[in-house]
Design a binder for this molecule. Structure first.
Ligand code: CDP
Length: 231
């Protein structure tokens, strides 16, 4: 890639493999990764820690923002930005069912989106970066150097997600239940899941993790050797 700082934006629906792909692309290119979904999850976990109302559809935007400001920091680590809650990483809380089932309404709050987008732009201001989420190539980094939109068949996305959670081959019933959850989350997230007109669509249903990483790295290399965009 060029010596000028660059942004690679990877978007796509739930469990399309954005975060793990973004992690490996960043690793291969030797730059940091920033996962916007982890920030939405951290904000949700922070609001849960403040207790009270458990129904996220009844949460008040100002309270959610207050919890985020007080508890969540996006901290630059060696290889990635980490969404810390109360001063420490808490991957278990971020990936918990309690957070997963409440994150969509939180991500639907406009001021929360502004808050997350500010953290993402601050992260990108520190140097070249791979970012992933739903709207990185549209709302947050419209001038990103490389934009990818990852999709995969819902059954395959569900199969990968439960295999990761259970650490074994799932049964068809387990995959079916997860497919149902994913399809519902896709519907709730539809408004913010946007493919940029200049994004490359990559269907990963029949690709391995390594193959999809190879394709994105190759694309990044190809684009970096072209004449720079006039912007
Ligand atoms: O589990 P999955 O990889 O699908 O989701 P995630 O990337 O961890 O994001 C969790 C949730 O945050 C999503 O279901 C969306 O509601 C929200 N999100 C968003 O609205 N915009 C983003 N740029 C990233 C995540």
């Amino acid at each position: 890639m060029t010596s000028k700082p660059y942004v690679i934006a990877i978007d796509g629906p739930a469990a399309s493999g954005k975060s793990s792909t973004a992690h490996w692309v960043a690793e291969r290119l030797g730059v940091r990764h920033a996962d916007s979904g982890a920030l939405y999850r951290a904000v949700t976990a922070a609001r849960l820690r403040d207790g009270g109302e458990m129904d996220a559809s009844k949460w008040i935007e100002a309270d959610v923002l207050a919890s985020a400001d007080r508890r969540v920091r996006f901290v630059a680590g060696g290889k990635a930005f980490v969404a810390e809650i109360d001063g420490r990483p808490d991957e278990e809380a971020l990936r918990s069912a309690d957070v997963t089932s409440r994150v969509s309404p939180v991500a639907g709050m406009q001021r929360v989106r502004v808050w997350v987008n500010e953290r993402m732009r601050e992260a990108a201001a520190t140097g070249s970066i791979v970012v992933d989420g739903r709207d990185m190539g549209t709302a947050v980094f419209p001038h990103a150097d490389v934009k990818i939109f990852l999709v995969a068949d819902p059954w395959e996305r569900a199969r990968r997600r439960v295999t990761q959670l259970l650490q074994r081959a799932p049964t068809d019933d387990e995959i079916a239940a997860e497919t149902d959850r994913l399809v519902h989350r896709d519907a709730r997230d539809a408004r913010q899941t946007q493919q940029a007109p200049d994004a490359v669509l990559l269907d990963t249903t029949y690709l391995t993790q390594d193959e999809q990483v190879d394709r994105i790295v190759a694309l990044a290399m190809a684009i970096s050797t072209r004449a720079p965009k006039a912007d």
